[in-house]
Design a protein around this ligand. Structure first.
Ligand SMILES: Cc1cc2nc3c(=O)[nH]c(=O)nc-3n(C[C@H](O)[C@H](O)[C@H](O)COP(=O)(O)O)c2cc1C
Length: 332
């Protein structure tokens, strides 16, 4: 546990409190052009963490509006005697994100319960979020980045494994989680192709504290994905997912049929990196036409309201726990 800082202990306690307030240990992941206040509100009301990327609220002033709407929904739920799980906002930490500082200030003004940071380590931000009792979870795809994030004082490492939608990593979850557990006993959030409540239990058995699910929530009534995107997700199989740096310069998982639909040559895009010409800037960031999704697509067969989906997953999770307890009792 050489990298386990005192923050690891505090973070464990804080995340245990967070977990105790959830119906199952799931964070709905932030998704560019997909997550919106309607989805986040429905998920928080259903008892799991809802989140969105700050960049989805445009222009920047809209971020405060969105956080106001979510705050009002929370107040209304509590006034009715209902619970409302904490929400999270994702901020991409890199110099090219011109809104980064303004988005951080807006989140601090609204005391956003959880900040999800991606790309650079959040050294300067963590003390400011901790000052009002917020948590910082950081996306990592490599062991090196996990060690670096711990030094930045984060409360949770989001291990984005192979097959995850969007900018997924390349590591197998068994390998990644067990290696990180060798030096970090703080909270771990596991991500990549999870779609079913039983998989959430499996992740806990592996040593994860929470699970992080994106692609499954694209196919919900509330998500901002356009109808053809949702339909393509229902049709798709794991083999349809294409992992390429072609569109953003960083490797990410996309629905292959959306690339073809946009009039591009899939064979050209699948060629190794040395076959790619031009800078990422020249090839455009095209998340609007080229649709992101992870390898879990094959298990997605409907587009329910988010609350119904969470109810179903809680049922799957509860059943899996009971089945597992019965197996242990029978010595199987
Ligand atoms: C369409 C799409 C857009 C995404 N956009 C973002 C984003 O803006 N910021 C971010 O940190 N992660 C983003 N992700 C990654 C997710 O937050 C999460 O890591 C991933 O969805 C988990 O894997 P899964 O989709 O297999 O469940 C995106 C994923 C998808 C599918």
């Amino acid at each position: 546990m050489s990298d386990s800082t005192p923050r690891g202990q505090d973070a464990r306690a804080a995340v245990a409190v967070l977990r105790a307030g959830l119906r199952m240990p799931v964070v709905a992941a932030p998704m560019f052009l997909v997550s919106n206040p309607a989805l986040v509100t429905a998920l928080c009301e259903s008892g799991i963490v809802g989140s969105f990327p700050a960049l989805n609220a445009r222009p920047q002033e809209e971020l405060s509006e969105w956080l106001g709407q979510i705050g009002a929904a929370r107040e209304a739920a509590l006034a009715r005697g209902h619970t409302f799980a904490p929400h999270a906002v994702n901020i991409i930490l890199r110099k090219t994100n011109a809104r980064m500082d303004a988005d951080v200030e807006t989140c601090i003004d609204h005391k956003v319960p959880i900040l999800i940071t991606s790309m650079s380590a959040p050294d300067a931000i963590t003390p400011r979020i901790h000052a009002y009792g917020g948590l910082v979870f950081h996306d990592v795809t490599t062991v090196r980045h996990a060690r670096r994030a711990i030094r930045a004082g984060v409360d949770g490492l989001i291990l984005v494994c192979a097959g995850a939608g969007g900018h997924g990593g390349m590591l197998n979850p068994f390998a990644f989680l067990s290696e990180v557990r060798g030096f970090w006993d703080g909270p771990v959030i596991l991500a990549g192709a999870l779609t079913h409540g039983a998989q959430v239990l499996a992740a806990e058995l592996l040593g994860a504290d929470l699970c992080y699910l994106g692609t499954r929530f694209i196919a919900t009534a509330e998500s901002a994905a356009v109808p053809p995107y949702k339909e393509m997700l229902l049709e798709a199989e794991a083999d349809d997912i294409v992992y390429t740096p072609y569109f953003s310069g960083t490797p990410a998982n996309y629905l292959g049929p959306s690339i073809t639909r946009a009039g591009l040559d899939l064979a050209e895009i699948k060629r190794p990196a040395d076959g790619i010409t031009g800078s990422p800037g020249e090839r455009h960031l095209r998340w609007k036409d080229i649709w992101g999704a992870g390898q879990g697509v094959g298990a997605i067969g409907d587009v329910p309201p988010a609350a119904a989906l969470v109810d179903r997953m809680v049922e799957e999770y509860t059943t899996a726990r009971a089945d597992w307890a019965a197996r242990l009792q029978q010595g199987r």
